[in-house]
Design a protein around this ligand. Structure first.
Ligand SMILES: Cc1cc2nc3c(=O)[nH]c(=O)nc-3n(C[C@H](O)[C@H](O)[C@H](O)COP(=O)(O)OP(=O)(O)OC[C@H]3O[C@@H](n4cnc5c(N)ncnc54)[C@H](O)[C@@H]3O)c2cc1C
Length: 384
């Protein structure tokens, strides 16, 4: 029987784990360094496996009500000029669980935070860890927090994202690996005519359009950014308009609207390649802290949600904590690496630079895009 699990990081992984543990009556404390649940970002799409996990957490209905549920799991591929390349369909999770939900990130966090509150989980916002004593794996981990309080944790979870403090504590500085890509995002009012996920394939660039609610959508564009250039926030809107200026079709109206820097985000895409083990003694890393992926398959959040469900199940009635944490990372490693590798390949394939490469890519997409989706989701349908 666990006296207390302490989770550092109240993002997708940490909040989901806190909910999953609370539902199993495991006492849990969630520590989040931000004072409010307002992630500075635009939208997220969640595919069937992530939605299955949200269903297990008991929040699927609220997620669907707060976001945009794809009516048929469809993804329309357009060329840069707006002409149709092909259309693919993503699988549903089940009769109850849809294929894709798009939503604003703040809404996802609102749903998770509301559930934490309903379950009476102890959440400490605006707090971080200043000291960790985990020298003796036979004793609870002793934590000192930035508000001066102390906590004893039977298990300490680092769900603190790509630049994880807990990972540094365990394994020293491990720099995320830069992929050479940048992602640009903007938010817009959704016209009624757009009711599907759209991916536009350019020359070295891709631009997606995804509804996030009945009346909102977000655009997300990928560019090659060799050398990891720095773009100051004031330049993001102009850069996004310029970099995707060649896109026609449905993108034109949205690109013309980009003039409000508050609604534009730029992110350099990085991955975390952490070899096994992801744990030491009673301390374990989950989510992006352990296996951050590039976003081209839209699976990072789903992997974090799966981590939460599986870990809560493995911790229920646990006797040997260090061995269980180690088994968890062994169980998850291959699947998370599969997603990382597949996602990187999609990013590379989508970034064909020259015109002839692009034509070959489009011809190949017509033949194999649906098979690629089916193959990927057959693997995802295997036990997590
Ligand atoms: C551009 C982009 C687009 C993406 N699109 C999608 C998508 O469409 N679908 C999808 O499934 N995934 C997507 N992802 C991936 C997804 O965002 C991540 O995989 C997911 O957020 C990981 O969740 P996490 O909880 O592990 O980490 P995070 O979401 O990073 O949460 C970590 C939390 O820990 C907190 N924290 C950090 N350090 C400390 C500390 N020392 N003390 C206390 N708290 C701390 C942070 O404030 C944060 O709240 C995308 C990623 C990027 C970069």
């Amino acid at each position: 029987m666990l006296n207390r699990v302490v989770i550092v990081g109240g993002g997708i992984a940490g909040s989901a784990l806190a909910i999953a543990l609370a539902r199993r009556d495991v006492p849990v404390t969630l520590i989040e360094r931000e004072k409010r649940w307002t992630p500075a970002s635009s939208g997220i799409f969640i595919y069937c496996n992530g939605l299955m996990a949200l269903d297990q957490l008991g929040v699927l209905d609220e997620i669907c009500d707060s976001g945009w549920v794809s009516p048929d799991g469809g993804n329309l591929y357009l060329s840069e000029d707006g002409s149709v390349i092909t259309r693919t369909v993503y699988p549903r999770g089940s009769a109850r669980v849809p294929a894709i939900v798009g939503m604003r990130r703040v809404e996802l966090h609102r749903v998770l935070a509301t559930c934490l509150e309903r379950l009476g989980v102890e959440v400490r916002l605006g707090v971080t860890v200043t000291a960790i004593d985990d020298a003796d794996p036979h004793r609870p981990v002793a934590l000192t927090l930035s508000d001066g309080t102390t906590l004893a944790a039977d298990v300490l979870i680092g769900a603190d994202g790509i630049r994880s403090q807990i990972r540094t504590h365990l394994f020293g500085e491990i720099e995320p690996v830069y992929t050479g890509f940048g992602v640009w995002r903007s938010t817009h009012a959704k016209p009624a005519s757009i009711d599907t996920k759209i991916m536009m394939m350019g020359t070295g660039t891709r631009l997606g359009i995804m509804p996030t609610s009945r009346d909102e959508l977000y655009m997300f564009g990928t560019t090659r950014e060799p050398g990891k250039p720095f773009y100051s926030r004031e330049t993001w809107a102009a850069e996004m308009r310029r970099k995707f200026g060649a896109f026609a079709g449905p993108a034109v109206a949205f690109l013309a609207e980009i003039d409000d820097t508050k609604n534009v985000f730029y992110t350099s895409v990085e991955e975390v390649h952490l070899p096994l083990p992801w744990s030491r003694g009673r301390v374990l890393l989950i989510g992006d802290a352990a296996h951050s992926s590039s976003p081209f398959m839209g699976q990072g959040g789903a992997m974090a949600l799966e981590d939460a469900i599986i870990l809560a199940e493995m911790l229920d009635g646990v006797s040997d904590i260090p061995a269980t944490l180690s088994r968890f990372s062994e169980r998850r490693f291959a699947r998370c690496k599969f997603v990382q590798d597949a996602s990187r390949r999609v990013g590379e394939a989508g970034a064909a630079e020259d015109g002839s490469g692009r034509d070959i890519r489009h011809a190949r997409m017509r033949e194999t895009a649906q098979q690629d989706v089916d193959r990927f989701y057959q693997r995802i349908a295997e036990p997590a």
